[in-house]
Design a protein around this ligand. Structure first.
Ligand code: SIN
Length: 204
């Protein structure tokens, strides 16, 4: 699959033609930076999926030559991912399809809202057959990769740190995200830089 999914997503018949609002589920940047108009938002879960920093970013937090790492959802029957559901009018997808064009497919999935009700919603998921896919790595390796990446939307570290802060504020337990955050803070604070020893710098 091409890394650019705009036409694939636009060629679906998911969106009501009469302008009726739909639910959108956000689990990554869509949590900490909406950037679009919505009618309401509330915490929601998506059963059978887990959040992983396994997708490459050529256009926001990296470049085609030096991709960053961003979140996608991975199918796992035992998992449940918490994010934010937004009720939006269909025209919002004009801009969202462009924002999420780097490998994300817009799919219909069942969501559970915070009042316990189940609704159908749209969610952008990058699967492993997209050209920007990076796949699994240890959380420490992901953090080193993130620390070294930057793209037109800013440093890759900002994505991880803002998402972790937003999840914490929502009371969400996500060990994968918090482990990457912890490693990343250590890298950014210089804990992983080689320490000087006296033998390396005898004059000082
Ligand atoms: C999302 O946030 O739901 C999709 C991935 C992203 O834009 O970070």
């Amino acid at each position: 699959m091409s890394a650019n999914t705009i036409s694939l997503n636009r060629n679906t018949d998911q969106l009501p033609q009469d302008g009726r609002p739909v639910w959108l589920f956000g689990y990554g940047s869509l949590i900490y930076k909406a950037g679009f108009d919505y009618i309401e938002t509330r915490p929601a879960t998506i059963q059978g999926w887990k959040r992983r920093f396994w997708q490459g970013s050529h256009d926001h937090r990296g470049t085609p030559d030096s991709p960053g790492r961003v979140a996608t959802l991975i199918a796992d029957a035992r998992a449940c991912c918490t994010g934010l559901a937004y009720r939006v009018t269909p025209d919002v997808f004009e801009q969202l399809d462009v924002r999420e064009k780097n490998g994300y497919l817009r799919l219909i999935r069942s969501l559970r809202l915070d009042d316990g009700s189940d609704v159908e919603g749209l969610v952008y998921i990058a699967t492993e057959d997209n050209a920007a896919w990076l796949g699994p790595a240890s959380e420490a390796a992901i953090a080193r990769h993130v620390a070294a990446s930057e793209g037109p939307s800013g440093p890759n570290s900002e994505y991880v740190l803002e998402l972790a802060e937003a999840l914490r504020a929502m009371g969400v337990d996500d060990p994968h995200v918090y482990a990457i955050e912890r490693h990343l803070r250590a890298v950014l604070d210089g804990d992983n830089k080689p320490a000087y020893s006296y033998s390396q710098s005898p004059e000082t």
